[in-house]
Design a protein around this ligand. Structure first.
Ligand SMILES: CC(C)(COP(=O)(O)OP(=O)(O)OC[C@H]1O[C@@H](n2cnc3c(N)ncnc32)[C@H](O)[C@@H]1OP(=O)(O)O)[C@@H](O)C(=O)NCCC(=O)NCCS
Length: 172
């Protein structure tokens, strides 16, 4: 199994705090003035952050629950919210859908949710394509409560899995 989801340690949290995405994805860059607060946030068990590892190499993170919600969205229906980010140097290499499948497998095993949900900035066509590809569908569009940025909420039942990912990662 090439991918695993494991707990984060402080070194991982510190590394994530410094990840830098090029425009237009710099939207996701964290403030370098708030490194310690962000590390604390990532390591707080209530925020359910985990690392994504490929043969023990730290390649991304995922989160489950309120961290994945965006202010202004309607989260009144049941569903497990998922947040995710791939290490900047590994983005744009067709890894997204396999990583998402691994995160969904972990979510099913750990939280057994009826539905899984993700909230994506509407400009981020790259991310939207990945989540559509693994079977999510858009259910609502809204604007961030304070920033006015448009976001899309996508949802899927949690029950399905794809077996193609291990193969496609192994041939890389
Ligand atoms: C979002 C993310 C998971 C996507 O994974 P990825 O491995 O980088 O994406 P891929 O390389 O698989 O690209 C996905 C699709 O978008 C397409 N794509 C790439 N750039 C694009 C663009 N600017 N506009 C439209 N489509 C684009 C790719 O061609 C690919 O399409 P295909 O599956 O039909 O071939 C990853 O980039 C990431 O974690 N980014 C961090 C920041 C972020 O965007 N977070 C959003 C929350 S998930």
């Amino acid at each position: 199994m090439p991918l695993s989801i494991q707990s984060l340690n402080e070194a991982h949290a510190r590394e994530m705090s410094g990840w830098h995405y090029d425009a237009p994805y710099d939207f996701y860059n964290l403030s370098l003035n708030e490194i310690e607060q962000n590390i604390h946030y990532f390591l707080n068990p209530q925020n359910n952050f985990y690392g994504i590892f490929e043969k023990q190499e730290f390649v991304g993170y995922c989160s489950f629950g309120e961290d994945g919600q965006v202010p202004g969205g309607d989260y009144s229906t049941p569903g497990l919210d998922i947040g995710m980010g791939i290490r900047p140097d590994l983005t744009g290499q067709s890894r997204g859908s396999c990583y998402v499948e691994a995160v969904l497998d972990f979510a099913r095993q750990t939280f057994a949710p009826p539905f899984v949900r993700v909230t994506i900035a509407a400009f981020n066509q790259r991310a939207l394509r990945v989540w559509y590809k693994v079977g999510f569908r858009a259910v609502k569009t809204f604007e961030h409560q304070t920033q006015g940025v448009p976001f899309v909420i996508l949802i899927r039942d949690a029950g399905r899995t794809s077996k193609d990912c291990e193969k496609s990662l192994l041939v890389k």
